[in-house]
Structure formats: C-alpha cells, structure tokens
Write a protein of this length. Structure first.
Length: 125
C-alpha cells in the first residue's frame, strides 16, 4: 500500500473512532437510540425506512415521514443493533434529498404537529 493510502486509511479510521467517542456521551446515546427506534417503527408500519453506509463507513439510518425524509449518522458501534433490526440496507427511493439538520428538525416538528405536507428545502438563487 502506498504512503498516501496509509494516511487516508488512518485518517478515515481516526474520524470514525472520534465520531464513536463523541457519540458515547449520554445525550448522544439517547439521540442515537431514538433515531434508530424511529426508523425501525416506521418500517414496521410499512413506511419507507432503512440504512446505508456513508463514505467513511459509518451507518446512516433514514425514514420517510409524511413531511419528508429524515436521517441520522450513527457511530459504527450501532451496526449490530441495526443489523438485528428489521431495517434493510438500502438508500431512500430517489436517493438522499439534501436535507440539512434545520430542515430535518422542521420536518420532525411538522410531523409531531400532525401535518401531512412535505416540507421542502429552499434552494438559494
């Protein structure tokens, strides 16, 4: 393996480990389990939900709500929970829709309020 490939591999591993360490705080544990639970429960009632791996090899769980797509990056240590769940490894139909945290949270709030209208991002001109 070349020196550059060694550096890239080490950096990628370091990022994954850093994400896993940061996500081990109690608040993140709750967030990660809630995200996984939401995706699993959406799938159980017949809605679109699943997981895929990002370019760093970390799992991303996603679900489609009446208000639009939502997703969360999870640390690698959640892989076993994900694999034991009913979620399939697949991308959302049509791919990732480009939502950021603010749009995701807006979609969640609108869903909690019982609104069925899809919340779309505003593209800058």
């Amino acid at each position: 393996m070349s020196e550059l490939a060694d550096v890239v591999e080490a950096a990628t591993k370091g990022l994954a480990e850093a994400a896993d360490n940061a996500a081990s705080k109690p608040g993140y544990e709750d967030r990660n389990l809630l995200a996984l639970t939401l995706a699993v429960n959406r799938k159980r009632i017949g809605c679109d939900a699943g997981y895929f791996y990002d370019d760093r090899g970390c799992p991303v769980v996603w679900a489609v709500l009446p208000t639009g797509q939502v997703s969360w990056n999870l640390p690698p240590r959640y892989e076993q929970h994900i694999e034991e769940s009913c979620l399939d490894e697949e991308w959302p139909m049509g791919g990732y829709d480009g939502h950021d945290r603010q749009l995701k949270n807006t979609r969640l709030v609108e869903d909690v309020a019982g609104r069925d209208t899809r919340v779309r991002g505003v593209r800058p001109r």
